[in-house]
Ligand binder design. Structure first.
Ligand SMILES: NC(=O)c1ccc[n+]([C@@H]2O[C@H](COP(=O)([O-])OP(=O)(O)OC[C@H]3O[C@@H](n4cnc5c(N)ncnc54)[C@H](OP(=O)(O)O)[C@@H]3O)[C@@H](O)[C@H]2O)c1
Length: 305
């Protein structure tokens, strides 16, 4: 059967949510993990897109190891630049819209206040540079695209900051977390809903005139990693018993191979104005994710929608 949406990167945080949420709504979806569709393989992409003839392609596949990318630039660029280029070329040939996901790490973090879509990009590390190259490749190959830049993604499935904090709390009574990097935590489930909402506009021909191009899409509100951690433990406390103390430290006290932007808050006003899509305040979404994670009920994500 011809699916409405074809999803790549199905075993990742976002791809997992996309597959589940697409299936719960009034549309059909076909999702591919890396083993079934490697986006660096242009021939496979061509064949799978031509065989399935979806109405919309959503790319949730990416090389996301920010620190490892510093020593594996070829691997990062192969997935984050060449993969989107392959998808865009195949979508262009078959006249299929492509929704692609990018990152706040395309910015250098020196701006005061939230970044909008027209602000100058200047990635600090290999991961950000490779995602930026992916954005450029899509713009070059295929006009019919939406690039959604998101940030600080955490989901029920996969590894992320929230789960790292919960795991560390099992062993440590005091944690030190960076307090001078600001961003917008984004629940993968909310991001998936936003993407599927955009896909619906393409499938029903209700896409707004200005609905192509680059948009920012994150949870509403900004915080530091340190205050994010404090909120995680505040919300998780009833299920956890003892919670650790969280002390703020500076980026300089926690050196990492990749430099990260000090400010990566994204202004999501354009997505709201043009598509009418606004994600929840990040604290609300975090409460839902923790409830699902701590109850061990990963299926609740689709049942609560
Ligand atoms: N995580 C964040 O904080 C964050 C922040 C900003 C933007 N983003 C962007 O949001 C999107 C979704 O991220 P995520 O958090 O869901 O990432 P994720 O959990 O790391 O998932 C990425 C998925 O891509 C798959 N993949 C890697 N190489 C592939 C290839 N060559 N072909 C096909 N699939 C491949 C991975 O497969 P394996 O499971 O086999 O490795 C993984 O399942 C990405 O575009 C990412 O850059 C993420």
């Amino acid at each position: 059967m011809t699916p409405d949406v074809l999803i790549t990167g199905a075993s990742g945080q976002l791809g997992w949510e996309l597959e589940r949420r697409a299936a719960t709504k009034d549309r059909t979806a076909k999702a591919f993990d890396r083993a079934n569709l490697n986006i660096t393989d242009a021939d496979s992409i061509k064949r799978i897109i031509e065989t399935n003839a979806p109405k919309v392609v959503i790319n949730a596949a990416a090389y996301t190891s920010v620190d490892k990318a510093e020593t594996e630039p070829a691997a990062a660029f192969a997935v984050n630049r060449d993969g989107p280029a392959n998808l865009a070329a195949a979508c262009s040939t078959n006249d299929i819209p492509l929704i692609h996901v990018s990152t706040d790490y395309v910015f250098d973090g020196t701006k005061t206040g939230p970044y909008n879509e027209d602000d100058a990009v200047a990635a600090l590390g290999v991961y950000g540079a490779s995602k930026l190259a992916g954005e450029d490749a899509i713009r070059r190959h295929h006009t019919n695209h939406v690039i959604l830049r998101t940030a600080w993604v955490y989901g029920v499935n996969g590894q992320n900051f929230v789960k790292t904090m919960l795991r560390l709390a099992e062993k440590q009574s005091a944690l030190r977390v960076v307090q001078d990097q600001i961003g917008c935590p984004t629940f993968a489930g909310d991001l998936a809903d936003a993407i599927l909402n955009i896909a619906d506009h393409f499938m029903t021909d209700t896409r707004p005139t200005e609905g192509l191009g680059t948009f920012h899409c994150t949870g509403i509100g900004q915080t530091s990693w340190c205050d994010f951690a404090r909120k995680i433990f505040e919300l998780a406390a009833p299920s956890m018993g003892d919670i650790p103390t969280v002390d703020g430290i500076s980026t300089a006290d926690y050196p990492t191979p990749a430099q990260r932007p000090a400010n990566s808050e994204l202004d999501c006003g354009k997505l709201s104005r043009i598509y009418g899509i606004t994600l929840r305040p990040w604290q609300e979404a975090l409460a839902e994710m923790l409830q699902i994670t701590l109850s061990g009920d990963s299926h609740a994500a689709k049942e609560t929608r």
